[in-house]
Design a protein around this ligand. Structure first.
Ligand code: IMP
Length: 198
């Protein structure tokens, strides 16, 4: 089994990623002393690359990274790469959800389509990289529903679910259909097909 360092330090995400990769790869935690990477690329793939490259350079080991964006049609695809800081620098998950509900206050349910996109990437110390994408179509709820999860979970209703938000689903049910679940399963499949040469 190949060993990778996880580029994410976010415990919410690391738990999901570890569950998704369990049995397929050995995942080492991100070294605690490493400074946070400034995610200022203009694409999800660019940000995933920044994070993976920093871990590769610091550890000399292959790294697994990911970057996620929420695209809301009524907002012209925003917040996209700005999803983590939608409500401003240093904002909380709750601030982001409150801002999303506020800006969509007058938007009817039929116009609240949105999707989460995740780019999952492996980068090796010799510069090879492998990137895949996972998408979860859905919509933004009119109000918060449920308590589980993190980020926008309580206001995102996936199309492939049972009509509830991610927060109303078990972790396993969310992983089955989520952007991150799809991206990391695609990554495992791509790794099983052999390592890239570029
Ligand atoms: P990241 O690139 O994975 O850190 O994701 C950027 C932001 O998207 C996070 O700060 C969360 O607000 C949000 N996000 C990512 N994944 C999820 C998810 O599975 N559910 C809800 N929100 C998420």
């Amino acid at each position: 089994m190949e060993t990778f360092v996880c580029a994410s330090a976010n415990p919410d995400k690391v738990a999901e990623i570890a569950a998704l990769l369990n049995g397929f790869v050995e995942l080492l935690p991100r070294p605690a002393h490493l400074p946070e990477v400034v995610e200022d690329a203009t694409s999800l793939r660019g940000n995933a690359r920044l994070k993976a490259a920093a871990i590769c350079a610091a550890t000399g080991l292959a790294a697994i990274s990911d970057d996620t964006g929420l695209e809301v049609d009524a907002l012209g695809g925003e917040p996209g790469v700005h999803t983590a800081r939608f409500a401003g620098e240093g904002c909380s998950y709750a601030d982001n959800r409150a801002k999303m509900l506020s800006v969509l206050r007058d938007v009817p349910m039929v116009q609240r389509a949105a999707r989460f996109k995740t780019v999952a990437m492996v980068m090796w110390p010799d510069g090879r990289e492998l990137a895949v994408e996972g998408v979860c179509e859905g919509s933004i709820a009119m109000s918060e529903q449920g308590v589980r999860g993190f980020g926008y979970d309580s206001i995102f209703v996936p199309v492939d679910g049972d009509g509830g938000t991610f927060s109303q689903m078990s972790e396993a049910a969310k992983n089955d259909i989520s952007h991150r679940g799809r991206a990391f399963r695609a990554l495992v499949a791509a790794l099983a097909n052999g390592l890239p040469t570029t």
